[in-house]
Design a protein around this ligand. Structure first.
Ligand code: SF4
Length: 675
């Protein structure tokens, strides 16, 4: 049995064990010894070996024959592919400079070195355009940092000590399912669970109280709660006086948000706002769990900044299980030596940075200097996962764009590639797996040899470096050497956590102190060392220095919310036979009032229009959504020609306030019968 960990972009980072017979993996299941994931995986990854041994898997380098997008390829050798790629890149560098090469990658493999290590070193060295991966996570971090100095919070496992839990913009049961038993345990001990979400998700159905908020008005709701706390003397003045700055200015600000005004902004009744505020402020420990749903709005960073003021005013940080719990990635990465992995000192200075959200616009921009002439995609499928899908596809279809894709399958993006290079699956390569949902660090050991001629991301970049004639030894460092360097940071949370120990045990929890309450006595890592209710840094950057509702988008039409489903990871797993049948349908949930107003009915094919494009979907009249809001799942409809029409046909690249990312949920659509 060989231990490893799931490499998908998911907070749980489940540990697994793989049984191998004669070099073939014959079973893969959850590791029962992992304290957080406890021996279970999820509906997708339970069938991971079907992905590993899938007949459509790319096992050899492929070269395009026929038109881009047609998905027709011929097999070539690694030598042929690498020689051609290196020659094409060198010609582009000579004519246009290295910035004409754009790497595009994301969390397709969410391990420490397979997600980003030798790729950053090679592209940094040659001076290719730098990719800003700030489409998700960065917005929340930026907002939280402006108030409390970090994007994380308490150890999520401490939720069992909480007595008032607010799951805010997160469908825990579907997207963070191994966290749900901790929520249940807290509830068994007497906790109340509240879900704030515009959609009645499965988690909302299970909660004690669901507040169906109008999308993007969460900061306004938090301001209303603070108004009541100030008005009714529910603020922990001792905590605020010692550990926060800007309280007086905040009080002036929240006076503008009485419950009646907030009710009209948020769609939540004044009575419910009053009840929430009083219960939140008087029940300890109280924990906020704000996640992804909040950050995909134009005001995403401000939403997190404003919500982060609540546990400061209530003094919730004093209590074990109190405060706020978001991604734990920052805690892992603070302990690991990331600079030893990325070696930023070798980067070419002054290189431009392009945000991954803008790939369609950048590829189609005739005035970009230099234009993007070569694209390398790995760990990503931008043809469906980036906003404004139609524009992304127009860019990928450019005949003068030289595109290489490294993946396990001929993805939607790979159909437009000049070369498709075979990638290893998670059970074929070595990696370290920091989790963003807990503090257990796992070592993912390769259980089987790379299938066919597939290579890991790190091996791909060693081969590309060699093909480009590079000789710097640090471009060829081994996987094990990089992992050992990351673990050798000297950080106390890694004391005793060695490569050998991880190899033997599979996973170890970081040495966080017992009863770890990071801000019980202040110590916020902000410029002032205090929680910044008023932010000089935001003022200097030209933003509102105080918590605010932010830019609440309003437009005519129905506000489009998207979300994950149980059986797919975005477009991933859609080729698995047991899931494939589900790719033939795209659905849209519509409230009965809106269905009536738009002349559409349940089960009918409807045309959905936004400023970006048009998509047909099956209408599901549902009380899961409130009037004025529609919901569509990620993934998409695969047509007869093999092209996938995803919800991103409808979304725009619009950035958020100051966190980067994309205001995907600030999209409004119109509906009509599709006839
Ligand atoms: S996708 Fe998430 S829940 Fe599923 S196995 Fe991977 S880490 Fe676990």
């Amino acid at each position: 049995m060989i231990r490893g960990a799931c490499g998908h972009d998911c907070p749980d980072t489940c540990a697994w064990v793989v049984e191998v017979q004669d070099g073939r993996a014959v079973s893969l299941g959850g590791d029962p010894e992992h304290p957080f994931t406890r021996g279970t995986l999820c509906a997708k990854v339970n069938h991971y070996l079907e992905r590993v041994y899938h007949p459509e898997r790319v096992l050899h380098p492929l070269r395009r024959v026929g038109a881009k997008g047609g998905g027709r390829f011929e097999r070539v050798s690694w030598d042929e592919a690498l020689t051609d790629i290196a020659q094409r890149w060198q010609a582009i560098i000579a004519e246009s400079g290295a910035e004409a090469i754009l790497p595009h990658s994301s969390a397709g493999v969410q391990g420490l070195i397979q997600m980003q290590s030798l790729d950053l070193r090679l592209f940094g060295r040659i001076g290719a355009s730098r990719l800003d991966r700030a489409i998700c996570g960065h917005v929340a971090s930026a907002g939280l940092k402006s108030t409390i100095g970090v994007g994380s919070g308490i150890d999520p496992e401490d939720i069992v000590h909480s007595r008032f839990i607010v799951l805010w913009g997160t469908n825990t049961i579907v997207t963070n399912l191994h966290f749900w038993p901790y929520v249940r345990e807290a509830r068994r001990r007497g906790a109340t669970v509240v879900v704030i979400d515009p959609v009645k998700t499965r988690t909302a159905e299970e909660a004690d109280w669901h507040l169906p908020i109008r999308p993007g008005t969460d900061a306004a709701f938090a301001l209303g709660v603070m108004h009541i706390m100030v008005r009714d003397g529910l603020v922990d003045h001792d905590y605020v006086t010692r550990y926060a700055t800007g309280y007086d200015a905040l009080v002036e600000r929240v006076r503008r948000y009485p419950p009646s005004a907030v009710a009209s902004l948020t769609g939540i009744s004044a009575d419910d706002i009053e009840r929430f505020a009083r219960t939140y402020a008087t029940t300890h420990p109280s924990l906020l769990r704000p996640l992804i749903g909040l950050e995909h709005h134009r005001n995403g960073a401000m939403q997190f900044r404003t919500i982060a003021c609540l546990p400061v005013l209530s003094g919730a940080w004093r209590h074990r299980g109190g405060g706020l719990a978001r991604s734990t990635h920052a805690l892992h990465f603070a302990a690991l030596d990331m600079a030893a992995v990325e070696l930023p000192q070798h980067d070419t200075p002054g290189v431009r940075t392009l945000n991954m959200r803008d790939i369609g616009r950048d590829l189609c921009d005739p005035d970009m200097a230099p234009p993007v002439r070569a694209l390398l995609v790995y760990g990503a499928n931008p043809a469906v996962s980036m906003p404004n899908q139609s524009q992304v596809l127009r860019g990928l279809a450019r005949t003068d764009l030289f595109t290489v894709v490294h993946d396990l399958f001929v993805t939607d993006t790979a159909r437009y590639a000049d070369y498709v290079l075979p990638a290893t699956s998670q059970i074929e390569h070595l990696d370290l797996s920091p989790a963003w949902g807990h503090l257990h660090l796992a070592l993912n050991r390769p259980a089987i040899a790379p299938q066919g001629e597939s290579v890991s991301n790190t091996e791909l970049f060693r081969r590309l470096a060699a093909a480009l004639g590079r000789t710097e030894p640090w471009l060829f460092e081994s996987d094990e050497s990089m992992l050992r360097a990351a673990l050798a940071s000297g950080h106390p949370w890694l004391d005793g956590i060695t490569y050998e120990r991880l190899w033997a045990e599979g996973h170890v929890r970081l040495n966080r102190p017992d009863d770890w309450r990071p801000f019980a006595e202040g110590g916020f890592p902000t410029p002032s060392g205090k929680a910044e209710l008023y932010s000089d840094a935001l003022a200097a950057a030209g933003h509102d220095p105080l918590p605010a509702p932010g830019d609440i988008t309003s437009a005519s039409g129905l506000q489009l919310i998207t979300g994950k489903t149980l059986h797919f990871l975005n477009s991933g797993y859609s080729h698995i036979d047991r899931h494939r049948r589900r790719t033939g349908t795209l659905t849209i949930d519509v409230h009965a009032d809106d269905a009536r107003a738009h002349g559409v009915s349940d089960g009918e094919l409807v045309r959905v229009r936004s400023g970006q494009g048009t998509l047909d979907a099956i209408c599901r009249v549902s009380d899961r959504v409130q009037p004025g809001v529609v919901f569509m799942p990620y993934g998409g409809l695969v047509d007869g020609a093999g092209a996938r029409h995803s919800v991103n046909v409808l979304t725009a690249e619009a950035p958020t306030d100051w966190g980067g990312g994309s205001g995907l949920y600030s999209t409004f659509v119109a509906l009509e019968p599709a006839r």
